[in-house]
Design a protein around this ligand. Structure first.
Ligand code: PLP
Length: 407
């Protein structure tokens, strides 16, 4: 008789965004005359940049020729992409990452979800709270937690590091000593970034306690301020304690194309076993490589034309984020983020819970955002809006929110 992985039964309800989608669908069917604007889910809206489309078309044409056909991709990714990543994302920032420390994948979500597989199930995991839910849920699935405490909104056996207004949305070193530490900066959902000095403290701490930092840098392209590290490898000693995940989704609009990568430095070793070797083994066994045409599109992200076009797209989203942030502040809200990240994190007014504010915004302003409590207990009383909409919709949404506040 088969049994199931009972850890799955510990998982909470439906995924945050499906609950949001259900509520929005129900509202729309009751009010077909109303225009609902979504500044909720973190998906991009601009079409792919011309340089990327050109590379895709060229690669598609190649695939139709005898000489240009490509089957299974090399395990780590094609050299043309690995070399571009090593040069543009790391060497250009003074970080020495060699192509054989990079593993190309079909996106950061899979990597941040799967990376925990190479660690023991007895590892103590520390996460920020609020947090991108994938880190928590994949560790629940793997059996690294106990049950969910509904009253506290936390899983037994996880170390939660609150990120709230009081600490500037930057976690303090935890009281309990963890083995794995998930950090994401610029942060989803709070939009907060961390200075190089602050990140260096985490690197020093991880090296001291022999922990591994799983650093999610999916939003590094949105950094606008100096002294905010784009990569954890800008910090001294990070190669002995950190794995970094990157995505082509938010910098170049690949949410539908799918491309990302993970860096596992060669220096990262546990009792003589190289984590790079383990991840290569895992990658080779369970993954067959991102498509050639998509990797060629990824290469185009680093071309001169690609870089210029992508910069414009990021500026477009960041202009939205600026307008959201400033519009909220002008309306009397406390708003954070939106400077080094496309996310704006606001304190809900009048002590409303996150979901109460969600309902109010949907029903009275027809604007959709994401309830902060969906990202963890410390997100209660906060709400996330994103800069990924169009200028027109963003302007209109802010106008409606401002009207709501002054009613
Ligand atoms: N990491 C964070 C923090 C994210 O917010 C997201 C997507 O929203 C991802 C990873 C997933 O990126 P990808 O589209 O590359 O899977």
């Amino acid at each position: 008789m088969f049994t199931i992985n009972e850890n799955y039964l510990k998982l909470q309800g439906s995924y945050l965004f499906s609950t949001v989608a259900k509520k929005v669908a129900a509202y729309k069917s009751m009010h077909p005359d109303k225009t609902v604007i979504s500044l909720g889910i973190g998906d991009v809206t601009l079409p792919l940049a011309p340089a990327i489309i050109e590379a895709l078309q060229k690669a598609v044409a190649e695939m139709g020729t005898k000489e240009g056909f490509h089957g299974y991709a090399p395990e780590r990714g094609y050299d043309f992409l690995l070399n571009a990543i090593a040069k543009e994302d790391f060497a250009a920032r003074g970080c020495e990452i060699s192509p054989d420390e990079i593993f190309v994948s079909d996106g950061a979500k899979c990597d941040v979800g799967n990376i925990q597989e190479i660690f023991g199930t007895d590892n103590l995991v520390a996460v920020c709270d609020p947090v991108y839910p994938v880190y928590v849920d994949t560790n629940v699935m793997a059996g690294r937690t106990g049950v969910y405490d509904k009253a506290l909104g936390t899983y037994e056996g996880l170390v939660y590091m609150p990120c709230t207004q009081e600490n500037g949305f930057a976690p303090k070193l935890p009281d309990k000593t963890p083995d794995l530490i998930y950090l994401c900066f610029p942060n989803n959902p709070t939009g907060a970034a961390i200075t190089k000095e602050a990140l260096q403290k985490w690197v020093d701490y991880a090296n001291e306690i022999h922990a591994v930092i799983l650093f999610d840098a999916a939003y590094e392209a949105y950094i606008t301020e100096e002294n905010i590290p784009h990569s954890i490898y800008e910090c001294e000693g990070a190669k002995t304690c950190a794995i970094e995940m990157r995505s082509f989704s938010k910098n170049a609009g690949f949410t539908g194309l799918r491309l990302g990568y993970t860096v596992v430095p060669k220096e990262l070793v546990s009792n003589g076993v190289s984590l790079n070797d383990l991840w290569l083994r895992r990658h080779g066994t369970k993954y067959n490589g991102a498509p050639y045409i998509v990797q060629r599109a990824g290469e185009a992200v680093y071309s001169e034309a690609g870089k210029a076009q992508i910069k414009e797209q990021i500026a477009y989203y960041m202009e939205n984020a600026r307008q959201i942030r400033e519009g909220l502040i002008a309306a009397g809200y406390q708003a954070f983020g939106g400077v080094n990240s496309p996310y704006v994190w606001l304190k809900t007014p009048d002590n409303l819970t996150s979901w109460e504010f969600f309902d109010k915004l949907l029903n009275e302003a027809q604007v959709v955002g994401t309830p902060g409590s969906g990202f963890g207990a410390s997100g209660e009383g906060y709400f996330r809006l994103t800069g990924f909409g169009t200028h027109e919709n963003t302007k209109e949404a802010i106008k409606r929110i401002q009207a709501l506040k002054t009613k």
